[in-house]
Write a protein that binds this ligand. Structure first.
Ligand code: DC
Length: 215
């Protein structure tokens, strides 16, 4: 047993990783950091200044950002997700956000972080790693239903196109691209309800925790 018990939850947009991370937080009584929110906050600040393409300006936004800005509901929109994905390609932004994430992960008692590069870059030695995925069609359908419930009249085709674009940008960038860590357990939720997926995730983490306690 070495270091705090960190759970890394990675995966593409709308895979259900956020809900899974929250469920794990309740089950294991650990604090959860949705790292996508950090990139969303940077993306929104940089877009407001018209500087989304400018790595230095985006990194400056990452440095000045404060934790209370992460509660802004505007960060949860589709547009903010797209801005986040664009800001996240800059290595300078990723470097500026690294320490905040590692400090969160280092807290005594452990932590859960969800994102794209937690198991590969932020916490490569995390004792529990999950890579949550689902087909683009299933993810688009889930996200579309959520957006409809929020009154967004966007079409399913548009949501699917957004998801494909984001997968491509997040997976193809040079700096910390979205990847499954070799030791992450793959959880494909395409055929699962959210309860089934949360249950499967809990079992995977229970097994990882037992291994960690005996190591
Ligand atoms: O998880 P999310 O949809 O809120 O993330 C928004 C964008 O932020 C995502 O498309 C890419 C970027 N991101 C990242 O590059 N690394 C992370 N650890 C989390 C998010």
């Amino acid at each position: 047993m070495s270091g705090p018990f960190v759970i890394a939850v990675d995966g593409p947009a709308a895979s259900g990783k956020g809900t899974i991370a929250k469920g794990l937080g309740e089950a294991f009584r650990l604090p959860v950091l949705d790292t996508g929110l950090l990139y969303r906050a940077v993306g929104v600040l940089a877009e407001r200044a018209g500087e989304l393409d400018n790595a230095e300006a985006c990194a400056a936004a990452a440095v000045t950002m404060t934790a209370d800005q992460l509660d802004d509901p505007r960060l949860r929109t589709r547009e903010a997700g797209e801005m986040a994905s664009q800001a996240a390609v800059h290595p300078e932004v990723r470097a500026a956000l690294l320490e905040y994430q590692r400090t969160f992960a280092a807290q005594e008692g452990g932590a859960i972080l969800d994102g794209r590069d937690i198991g590969t870059v932020i916490c490569p030695t995390a004792p529990a790693k999950l890579y949550v995925t689902a087909t683009p069609e299933v993810r688009a359908d889930r996200r579309w239903k959520q957006l409809q419930a929020q009154g967004d009249a966007v079409s399913l085709e548009e949501v699917l196109a957004d998801i494909r674009l984001r997968d491509q940008r997040d997976g193809d960038r040079d700096a910390a691209p979205m990847r499954r860590a070799p030791d992450a357990v793959l959880l494909d939720t395409s055929e699962m309800t959210i309860e089934q997926a949360a249950d499967a995730a809990r079992r995977i983490v229970e097994a990882a925790r037992a291994r960690w306690e005996n190591s």
